[in-house]
Design a protein around this ligand. Sequence first.
Ligand code: UD1
Ligand code: CA
Length: 452
Amino acid sequence: MSRSCLAVILAAGDSTRMKSSMSKVLHPVAGRPMIAHVMAAVASAGMTDAALVVGRDAEKVANAGAIDGISVRSFLQTERLGTGHAVLAAREAIADGFDDVLVAYGDVPLITAIPFAAARQKLAEGADVVVIGFHTDKPTGYGRLLVENGELVAIREEKDATDEERKVTWCNSGLMAINGRKALSLLEKIGNANAKGEYYLTDLVEIARAAGGKVVAVDAPEAELTGCNNRAELAYIEKLWQERRRHELMVSGVSMIAPETVFLSYDTQIGQDALIEPNVVFGPGVTIDGGAVIHAFSHIEGAHVSAGATVGPFARLRPGADLAAGSKVGNFCEVKNGKVGEGAKVNHLTYIGDAVIGAHANIGAGTITCNYDGVNKHETWIGANSFVGSNSALVAPVSIGDGAYIASGSVITEDVPADALAFGRARQEIKPERATVIRERALALKKSRSKT
Ligand code: UD1
Ligand code: CA
């Protein structure tokens, strides 16, 4: 569709019920602000320009909405006089002239591009106003879509509705598409002679019809339209988001044993035939390639796990962790800004930070890369096919050559050449019978004390 499209996103609510020091649209769902989810939906419906109507935190909201380089203009609505008034706060943007104007709510983050795209299609076919509606068995509080002879003729707000009208279960989501060439003149006709004394955006239905225009409705699933007013609703929206994304991933070929215990971020990518065991948490920026296995209780963010690699149980991958094909990061290991080479093994109780591990290296239990000197971070290079004995401390910057061998318990402060053996600990000594001597001495001391 080559039609130009402005999205006006209403986010001027005062967020009172969130009981928060920030605007509710800044609260995250799946690791990013609600407003960014809404922006992603209108962007994939073909929006070319965005106008945010905000009441507080204008700059923060605009920044949070500016995903993928979308340019966002924000407009302050200083008084909340209703949804019609709110859209007109973006008058300047609307006046720039667009084919389509979409109205979205910043606090309805589960919305997808589909209903907006359907609404734009109706505009392209000649409608002046397209209402996004939904069917529900709990219509209380919503504007009702009133139909005569199969045509949408009005939206009646709950407070203005008759008992008969309140029985209608086809409701207004509040989201809408308006013919951009007529939008300003239609919006300017909205008055406030109603039960709430507000400027109702919903009056556009009757206004457009009175002007001889065509008004239609398209439907969206009720769950997509769930709004957020308080933290309990925020948690419910998170739950719905997680369920939807888990389902998409499973349908695309990802296995999850207990999907309800797996938490994804907005951008988590997981390939076909990957297995995600129970109780795994994905922070932002994770890509898991096909066939990888993430064992239970792992926490992964900003990381890439290649095909056939295995992680956990109880592993933590932090930003910059990059596991090559067939590598293994096992229980109680942490990797931060570290590359684990093909087939390399970091199996137990290890910290790898700012390090590069070559292919097929074996990192023993309890190995620590000491990457921080209290001021700066330093790097560790561990060569291919090397073997780092258990409980070794590799004090960065340091490099271990290919095929080198580090004796267990070593503190390695100097570079180790390829194929060398390095000891960084005191050599073991044996003192025959010395234990007996020490024990007898101790027993004698105990005896002398009990006499006094
Ligand atoms: C609105 C619709 C109603 C619909 C419902 C869906 C109108 C008159 N009514 O009702 O038909 O069923 O949404 O949830 O449009 N906002 C502003 N500035 C304002 C007023 C609102 O930015 O002056 C924003 C709010 O932050 C919110 C959205 O617009 O994101 C909707 O406002 P809200 O007061 O919740 O609308 P409702 O009265 O519930
Ligand atoms: Ca509402």
